[in-house]
Design a protein around this ligand. Sequence first.
Ligand code: HEC
Length: 154
Amino acid sequence: VKRLPITFGLLLLLALPMAAQAQGFAPAKGDDAFRYRQSTMFMMGQHVGALAAMVRGDKPFDQEVFVANAEKVQMFSTMPWDSFWVPGSDQGKHRMKPEIFKEKDQFLSNSKRLQEETAKLVLVAKTGDQGAIKKQFGAVGQACKHCHESYRAE
Ligand code: HEC
């Protein structure tokens, strides 16, 4: 496998500050914010599933498809966070733990971690190095799990 350490390092430096920026948008109505948050999480989960199938070998690895799905995950990873704070979004079958609202900084730093790991995944995917891709996909999975363990109810 051909490695491009210098180019890759530079790309990473350029990409990370942008990746951690908040999206700055949430629907104004509580029920819209509820649906928006759950939809973006659901979509993110679907595209993580597409990546997982390739990482596990259930589907043949296709770099173009992998990059395309990783870019979707990265985009969705920037979207649901503002909607947590919209009054009235705590509806129906929501699974937000009350700790989210007591530990806002901690919660948002978990969301930042996810955004950084998914931005890295896109960059690593573009190198085509399957070992590194697998490792970075694991880091994304850990970022999901870490937050769900603390802040998502059963
Ligand atoms: C910063 C915290 C955090 C991170 C990081 C996070 N989640 Fe979530 N996730 C939540 C919370 C909280 C809920 C419950 C939201 C609700 O019920 O409104 C949730 C809900 C979900 C749901 C259920 C959506 C539904 O339809 O009910 C899925 C699927 C999901 N997350 C997937 C993921 C995946 C995949 C990742 C990583 C790529 C991820 N999440 C990362 C906090 C997080």
